[in-house]
Design a protein around this ligand. Structure first.
Ligand code: B16
Ligand code: MG
Length: 217
């Protein structure tokens, strides 16, 4: 019995990963650190500070806490410029239909995003009305793969995690969903998301009927 579906944002509802990539790339260029799309895969679902640490490690560069603070803020300024251009056209194909299907079935929904920019993004995508609650990075102490963000989402909906389904595109996110005791739907490559209970390649392959069928198995 599904009582709630908890969605990740980046890679599930929209592809902000591209904007995060462009923003980090700009910063990495400033720092003289080589960065490409394949390296960027490691940053998906990972918080801002942790992402910067990974980039610095990749470039073999050491910075003071103050400098890190400066560069993390700078990356966010780049990112905020990019997300101003987001429109409902940036929704990933099929995700809106799935969200509508869930709401129509009387199932609750939450957003669990590691991004501190999640709220302006869902506003620009015009999907706020399909989300009953939002938990973003500003409200949690421990980032994914810690289950805190998903547990908090369930709490805010007053639903037992055992009756929740989490939807994620990142490995760390799937780990967080499983650690929260929820059913995990992974979006992306099967190999990378092997811990998920059900993996689809794209959000357009999601359907409530299929989800229910799988939960009954
Ligand atoms: P911000 P998600 C994550 O969003 C992104 O996947 C990740 O690349 C980003 O670094 C992180 O949010 C923090 O974002 O700098 O905006 O706070 O996938 O959890 O929705
Ligand atoms: Mg994600």
């Amino acid at each position: 019995q599904i009582q709630a579906v908890i969605f990740d944002l980046d890679g599930v509802i929209t592809d902000t990963a591209e904007y995060h990539y462009l923003a980090w790339k700009q910063l990495a260029d400033d720092l003289g650190i080589p960065m490409d799309r394949s390296f960027n895969e490691q940053l998906k679902g990972v918080g801002r500070k942790e992402s910067l640490d990974k980039i610095l490690e990749h470039g073999g560069k050491h910075l003071t806490e103050e400098e890190k603070e400066f560069y993390a803020t700078k990356k966010n300024e780049h990112y905020k410029t990019f997300i101003q251009d987001i429109t409902p056209d940036d929704l990933l194909p099929g995700i809106l239909d799935f969200m509508k299907e869930i709401k129509e079935a009387g199932i609750q929904t939450a957003l669990a995003s590691a991004s501190k920019n999640a709220k302006p993004v869902i506003k620009r995508l015009e999907v706020e009305q399909y989300l009953d609650t939002v938990v973003d990075a500003a409200q949690v102490t421990n980032g994914k793969p810690d289950p805190e963000i998903f547990i908090k989402g369930a709490d805010q909906l007053s639903v037992d995690p055992a009756y929740c389904v989490g939807v994620e595109d990142a490995q760390a996110g799937v780990q967080a969903i499983k650690a929260a005791g929820m059913y995990a739907v992974g979006i992306g490559a099967e190999e990378a998301l092997s811990q998920a209970d059900w993996v689809v390649q794209q959000p357009s392959q999601l359907s409530l009927e299929e989800l229910k069928r799988r939960l009954e198995m």
